[in-house]
Write a protein that binds this ligand. Structure first.
Ligand SMILES: Cc1ncc(C[n+]2csc(CCOP(=O)(O)OP(=O)(O)O)c2C)c(N)n1
Length: 995
């Protein structure tokens, strides 16, 4: 029943981490040391790779890099932390260092290795002479007797540590992989407690016969690792984590694992043992409750942790009874210190600080969660109130458990990890058990689980796990607004307690499709630099989603789908789903445009429709038609519905299962355009219904430059779909397996209930709105995060390797195929390139001039405005490119030249200086569609906003400028209303051109 902190230590047995947890990291290391050491396919994969479990580089934490491996080796090391399986015996090397920098004190072994010298005295009966490492340990132990130590003891409740470690590991298991052990967390608490009680960083030193007390600035945390040698005997090594107090938890965890890995592979170096400040020892592995270890010279403190277990008097008690009584496990901890320089009170305070941290004080777990990118709130500590042995309390808690279950069904999506860019801690009071009077102490108690699948009675922990798995992983589903109980039950049966893992062929197919999606974009990117293509990058999961949708539909006997979609990813869908040939698309890029199209403006690629055949994996085919659409976003929605309805009626598809509508949308357009609501309004009407549309919102969290807070009043971009009680499935675009699973669910729902269903594919946009646009003017921090983000293909491949789902050789095969696809594309363009088209450009017709009006203002006023719109406040950091742009504006006026944007700023500025308020709204108006206006500056480091025209003079009128939602009718109507009342203001609405 007992658990040692070390038994949670999983760094030694890789199988417990996911079979290949280290594999990718190891290959990366080889690549980093010598890029030629890995195959050429891997190089592209590693270009932007950051190893998750690689410790921060020595340079980054201010320590010199370790000397070359091999300098010092542990003998036949099998670290016994966690009882690891034995590694093959290593070659015997020079004496391994043992506790407390032994290598600094190491002297040559008193006896040469090999035969004893004939002159040596006879060994005692049964005696074996201590040599090498063993002799050194003996020596060091004797030396340690000179240190006058004292020891403080404390038992610390382990309940919260256990619960939060569980949350962490459940998250890691479904995301990056890896496991955090109790010791990682306890070690981290020790490092933090040393910051809180710096007196514990002192040690004693004697120089020239004089005593000194030394306070270490950096904490080099020694880890006492018990190593089992090939012959079965044991020894001890104490390498340390350098500068542990300068790391965050993720860095500490990575360094810790790195050390254990190097112990295991005999790769420790002299540097690893140098300068230990404090040591952590854990004899809890073998069941020890408390121990008083020896303190080595040069250190002032050694902490020992015992096993994690129930107090001795409860050994053998019934776990259910203990849960009901609120009895939890504890950990014994000791602090053994050098009493010459550290006092008992300081040591006591130090252990108290560790306890406070392990009970969640000072944001301890919040820090751990944040550094690992876990988007949840940690479990909080609380005392056990209202013991459940009391009938009333039991009933009350039971009721609350049922309420919690319902709450997860209603609002669980708010805790779902659906945003690949993360950045926000997900929480909602009604999903917090404490809001329902339930605490950590209730987790092990049993309750009736209502209508959840599985046993009628189970622990609250099991209930909560099931709910979190169903509603709060990378899929969040809204369906409780549906009034039909049958539809709700149908959904619950498919998401509660259901294993969502995909079979191996599906995984490989997804990876292949992601390669096709990314490869196409990368190719266009390198070949047609600066061309608009409205890249799908950041949302590549759309391709496997459409693929599975067509696969399912064709397998079920559907004959045709009609799709409507906007600009984003359209070319990708045309090639990878509709089957339009690469060469046809490339020809359009090379200038072979349809002369009928928009005067050859080049936008035909994003608007023209086409029809093709999709062939599923099992060979079945289905006709796919992509409707032509105008630039006007969402205008195609009712058109697609009309096309489908006509086709259904013509072919006698009365059940509406043979011809299926699919609509794709951008998040801003879906939330903004009125025609979306109008089309939903048709969906259930006899004369208009098409048996349900599968909607996929490609939610890249921006509409051109407009963020959701300016673009919509609803929580989600998809809230409008609730008007027809459609289920809405939000899914993290960086989890392609979840995307595919969500698509299957959506399709099945549509077929079953003949109703609309919406998938909200939460993703990001790797570039600007189009490839020539710089998004970092308005969203600098978001784009710094996006720049760091590796493609979904790479992340998925890494995950498959880490989980052991594909081998390294298979991964290499996928990388080779990806490269080959690019090369083939290059060949195809070479073959297909036609002569560049000569398009006749007609200039605009002269429109005449308006009668002249006196508008002039004093030059001084213009200079003042210019000064304002080309400067920014102290401490504000403008975008580096913009700073230069504004500088040029100043030069312009000096030369007497004024461009459109400056002319406009001077006009607005002079109006407000004269006392006329100005109000302007429109799509992306604050920055300007052409990146020309910059009426709002955004701090490059903090996202803070500054509006220069609001600071021209003290008594000026207001200048108000807003990005509107992506609609025209409502925004224009609103501004017209403004102008009817605000007669003395200049009220403007700005339209946005085409796409
Ligand atoms: C009705 C209409 N209004 C405005 C535009 C100009 N416009 C083209 S794309 C775009 C932003 C679209 O954002 P979103 O719908 O989120 O799709 P994304 O480009 O992010 O994929 C705007 C405002 C347009 N094409 N149609």
């Amino acid at each position: 029943m007992s658990e040692s902190p070390m038994s949670g230590h999983q760094g030694i047995d890789p199988t417990e981490l996911g079979p290949n947890m280290w594999l990718v990291d190891e290959m990366y290391r080889r690549y980093r040391d010598d890029p030629d050491a890995v195959g050429e396919h891997w190089r592209e994969f590693f270009e932007d790779f950051t190893p998750k479990l690689d410790p921060p580089s020595a340079a980054s934490n201010g320590h010199p890099a370790a000397p070359a491996p091999d300098a010092v080796q542990a003998e036949g090391s099998t670290p016994a932390w966690g009882r690891a399986p034995r590694t093959p015996p290593a070659t015997v090397r020079p004496a391994a260092p043992t506790a407390a920098e032994p290598q600094q004190q190491a002297e040559p072994s008193p006896e040469p290795a090999g035969e004893a010298s004939p002159a040596a005295p006879a060994a005692p009966v049964g005696g074996t002479q201590l040599r090498g490492v063993a002799a050194l340990i003996a020596k060091n132990m004797e030396a340690s007797l000179e240190i006058p130590t004292a020891t403080s003891f404390r038992f610390v409740p382990a309940k919260l540590l256990e619960e939060n470690r569980r949350v962490v590991n459940r998250f890691l298991a479904t995301n990056q992989g890896g496991k955090v052990s109790f010791t990682h967390l306890i070690g981290w608490a020790i490092v933090n407690a040393l910051e809180m009680v710096p007196a514990m960083r002192k040690h004693f030193a004697e120089v020239g016969g004089k005593p000194f007390v030394v306070t270490a600035e950096t904490v080099n945390l020694g880890l006492a690792v018990d190593v089992e040698k090939s012959g079965g005997s044991r020894t001890l090594v104490v390498p340390n984590i350098k500068g542990a107090n300068e790391l965050d938890f993720a860095g500490f965890w990575a360094s810790y694992e790195d050390i254990i890995r190097r112990v295991r592979s005999n790769k420790l170096t002299v540097e690893d043992f140098a300068g230990t400040t404090v040591t952590l020892s854990n004899p809890g592995t073998i069941g020890t409750q408390l121990s008083v270890p020896r303190l080595m010279a040069g250190q002032g403190l050694i902490v020992a942790t015992g096993r994690i277990d129930y107090p001795t008097e409860y050994q053998g008690s019934d776990p259910a009874t203990m849960a009901n009584l609120g009895i939890g496990k504890i950990i014994g901890m000791t602090s053994t210190y050098d009493h010459r320089v550290i006092q008992g009170a300081e040591s006591g305070e130090f252990l108290a600080a560790i306890e406070r941290l392990l009970l969640g004080g000072d944001g301890f777990y919040e820090g751990v969660f944040a550094s690992l990118g876990i988007p949840y709130e940690p479990v909080a500590w609380s005392g056990d109130r209202g013991a459940v042995l009391d009938e009333d309390h039991r009933l009350e808690k039971q009721t609350n458990v049922l309420r919690l279950i319902n709450m997860f069904r209603v609002r669980g999506h708010l805790l779902a990890n659906i945003n690949p860019l993360g950045g926000k801690v997900l929480s909602h009071r009604e999903l917090d058990p404490s809001y329902h009077g339930l605490s950590v102490w209730d987790l092990d108690r049993e309750f009736f689980a209502g209508d959840l699948p599985g046993p009628r009675r189970r622990s609250l922990r099991q209930v909560q796990d099931l709910l979190r798995d169903a509603y709060c992983q990378t899929v969040g589903i809204e369906y409780m607004h549906i009034q039909d109980p049958e539809q709700k039950r149908w959904i619950q049966h498919r998401i509660e307690g259901v294993d969502r893992s995909l079979p191996a062929p599906d995984q490989r197919h997804i990876l292949e499709r992601l390669g096709a999606a990314e490869g196409f974009e990368r190719f266009l990117h390198s070949k047609y630099v600066g061309h608009k293509r409205f890249s799908l990058e950041g949302a590549e999961s759309l391709i496997p989603m459409l693929d599975v949708l067509l696969e399912e539909a064709s397998a079920a006997g559907a004959e045709r789908v009609v799709m409507g979609m906007p600009h984003r990813g359209r070319l990708n869908v045309l090639t990878n789903i509709v089957g339009k040939s690469y060469s046809r698309i490339f020809r359009e890029f090379e200038g072979d445009l349809d002369p009928e199209s928009t005067q050859g403006s080049g936008d035909v690629k994003y608007h023209v429709g086409t029809a093709g055949k999709f062939t599923g994996r099992s060979g079945q085919t289905i006709t796919v038609e992509l409707a032509s659409n105008p630039s006007h976003l969402e205008a195609v929605d009712p058109v697609v519905e009309g096309m489908v309805r006509a086709a259904q009626d013509n072919s006698g598809d009365r059940d509406r299962v043979k011809i299926l509508p699919i609509l794709m949308h951008g998040d801003a357009a879906f939330a903004g355009e009125g025609v979306v609501a109008e089309t939903f309004g048709l969906s259930e009407l006899k004369g208009f219904r098409t048996g349900g549309t599968v909607h996929i919102v490609v939610n890249n969290q921006l509409g051109f430059t407009t963020a959701p807070e300016s673009g919509r009043s609803s929580v989600y971009a998809t809230d409008i779909a609730k008007m027809v009680q459609a289920p809405i499935i939000h899914v993290n675009g960086d989890d392609p397996e979840a995307c595919v699973w969500a698509t299957r669910l959506a399709y099945e729902f549509r077929q079953q209930f003949k109703k609309d269903v919406v998938i909200d594919l939460v993703c990001y946009r790797r570039y600007g709105h189009n490839e020539g646009d710089d998004p970092s003017y308005t969203q600098p921090l978001m784009y710094q995060a996006i720049d760091q983000r590796r493609s979904v293909r790479k992340l998925y491949m890494e995950k498959l390797v880490n989980r052991g789902d594909i081998t390294v050789e298979e991964a290499e095969g996928f990388l080779a195929e990806y490269r080959q696809r690019m090369e083939q594309a290059f060949d195809e363009t070479k073959e297909s390139a036609p002569p560049p088209a000569q398009l006749e450009r007609r200039g605009p017709q002269p429109m005449g001039v308006l009668p002249p009006v006196e508008t002039g203002v004093e030059r001084g006023v213009l200079d003042k405005i210019l000064q304002r719109v080309t400067t920014w406040p102290e401490g504000f950091t403008p975008h580096p490119k913009l700073a230069r742009q504004l500088e040029r504006r100043r030069d312009l006026l000096e030369k007497g030249a004024v461009d459109w944007a400056l002319g406009e700023a001077l006009a607005f500025g002079s109006l407000i200086v004269e006392g006329t308020p100005v109000r302007l709204s429109g799509q992306d108006s604050r920055r300007g569609t052409f990146s020309q206006r910059h009426a709002m500056l955004v701090d490059y480091r903090t996202d803070r906003k500054f509006y220069p025209l609001n600071h021209v003079s003290e008594d000026q009128a207001t200048f108000l400028i807003y990005d509107s939602p992506l609609n025209e009718f409502a925004a224009l109507g609103f501004e017209y209303g403004e102008s009817v009342v605000a007669k003395d203001s200049l009220v403007l609405w700005e339209a946005q051109f085409g796409d």
